[in-house]
Design a protein around this ligand. Sequence first.
Ligand code: GLU
Length: 308
Amino acid sequence: MACRPELTRFTTRFAPSPTGPLHLGHACSALLSHDMARAHGGRFLLRIEDIDQNRSKPEWERQLIADLHWLGIHWDSEPMRQSDRMPAYATALDDLWSGNLLYPCTCTRRDIDLALGAPQEGVAVSEGPDGPVYPGTCRERHCGGLPCSMSPRPKDMHLRLAMAQAAMLCDHCVLSPRQGEWGLWFTETGPAHAGAVFTSRESYAAGIGDIILARRDFGTSYHLSVVLDDAAQGITHVIRGEDLFEATRIHVLLQRLLGLPTPVYHHHRLVRDDQGKRLAKRDDARALAKYRAEGATPADIRRMVGLS
Ligand code: GLU
């Protein structure tokens, strides 16, 4: 038997949402991941993140594909489309539900603000990767005080992850290089955050709160879909903007809970405007299509994002 380890081929992806024009920040992510895949002799994949069916539009998808091709970016298999993946998301939610790690939530944004007493009363609210940490109002309220797994999983309410239980359960599955300490370890190769996330189980859960894993209107969430899709596409390296660095601690926990591999992460610096503000989809002024129409070349775009 050969004792040479089986090498997994470097595989990365670009995962835009077709909810607006691609701007320079997207170009930076897409070009960097494409360059890294090619430099490693690896694979580059495209994933269309269209779970928000209200905001996703076919014309934005057509536009983003045209922009990427114009930049010289090509993908190595058919794009994955999240709207085709609902059965996979439902299966994972069923698993977490039957493990009593989810509970239904009927809180509106206003209910949450009221429960937090913020911002009107100036009470400091702790901010997690998903915004204000959910105060836990619905945690005990639903399922009649019985374990939620004893009733069918509701499809018409938000489902939240019971984060403290999830972190407890993750006790045995943590890959910690520091013996005896709880921590979520992952490899980060980006410029801003060398190393990994280390924290106690309690401060981890309190700092993130019970995040929504399935939205009432989508039947899933960004966090759940992204970890399932990265695993399904065999992604070994996630290359994305540092605005998603904080979300990674959620993704790593979900990977451990769902028995999925944890890729290597590389969070790159964001492209900012002249005032130092990060670009957003609504900044149409920075849209790639506009630079194209004005005669810019792909090499000009590379220069603008610092990749030449
Ligand atoms: N769809 C996300 C975005 O457009 C990117 C998700 C990811 O790279 O994990 O910002």
